[in-house]
Design a protein around this ligand. Structure first.
Ligand code: SAM
Length: 236
């Protein structure tokens, strides 16, 4: 319970988020429910109400153009499921002020934005195929009071992007590890840790384990979130 408190305090202090694409129609009602449960001191109800509010701001359904949807269909990616608050809170000890963090399949970037807000770091790179979700995410930066220049938004296919130069990578099964998607995990495993001293990977519904070199250590897993640590590699 107590681990969720930084996010409780944050969400209780924030006004309604800017909503350029109509993603959060129930925000006011869900926030009121969360605040009322918290005021009553009912821990279980507060947690449930908070998670519902968080999932609402995350967005359940990403809007895609026909072309974006065809790409997601071809690579068997997950739609907009929320990774949850556990990876956000667990990220803290692995984030330093000079960390470059990447989220491969970021949706509106809520995960990376909340990590940036709670644990400020050099750069958060948000890679997402839905251009409308990226538009929604850009608007959340100011809402969360994130200083300009900290977040880089990339509208694109994860298959075209590398984790090289990133010290912390977060991903929630953006593509299926078969067919075209398999190439993503193979390339990711080759590139991860390149150009950094050490890399930590948080993977939800993990598909990476079978691709990463054996030197990567799993230091946490609960069936939902799997956390890896690996030595970086410098180009000679
Ligand atoms: C399961 S959601 C994860 C959202 C967020 N990272 C989280 O953990 O809460 C997967 C995201 O990957 C995106 N996605 C699916 N296929 C993709 C692709 N080929 N390239 C980039 N993003 C993709 C989806 O649009 C969706 O936003």
């Amino acid at each position: 319970m107590t681990r969720v408190h930084p996010l409780y305090d944050l969400f209780a202090s924030l006004p309604a988020p800017p909503d350029p694409i109509g993603l959060y129609p129930d925000y006011a009602a869900l926030r009121d429910r969360f605040l009322a449960a918290r005021a009553r001191g009912d821990d279980l109800e507060t947690e449930e109400a908070f998670l519902t509010l968080y999932c609402h701001v995350h967005g359940h359904e990403a809007p895609y153009t026909a072309e974006e949807r065809a790409r997601v269909d071809r690579t068997g990616g997950y739609w907009s499921h929320a990774g949850g608050v556990s990876p956000i809170l667990r990220a803290g000890p692995h984030i330093r002020p000079d960390t470059v963090l990447g989220d491969f399949g970021a949706g509106n970037g809520l995960q990376g934005l909340l990590i940036q807000r709670l644990f400020p770091h050099r750069r958060t790179v948000q890679i997402e195929i839905s251009s409308r979700m990226v538009e929604a995410g850009r608007a959340l930066e100011g809402w969360l009071g994130i200083p300009p220049g900290r977040v880089e938004w990339v509208v694109g296919d994860v298959l075209d992007h590398s984790p090289a130069g990133m010290d912390f990578v977060y991903l929630y099964r953006p593509v299926r590890p078969t067919g075209e998607g398999r190439a993503f995990y193979e390339a990711f495993a080759r590139e991860v840790g390149r150009g950094v001293d050490e890399v930590v990977v948080f993977s939800i519904a993990d598909c990476l384990r079978d691709f990463l070199p054996p030197e990567f250590e799993v230091f946490y897993t609960d069936g939902h979130l799997t956390c890896f640590r690996g030595a970086g590699k410098q180009d000679s």
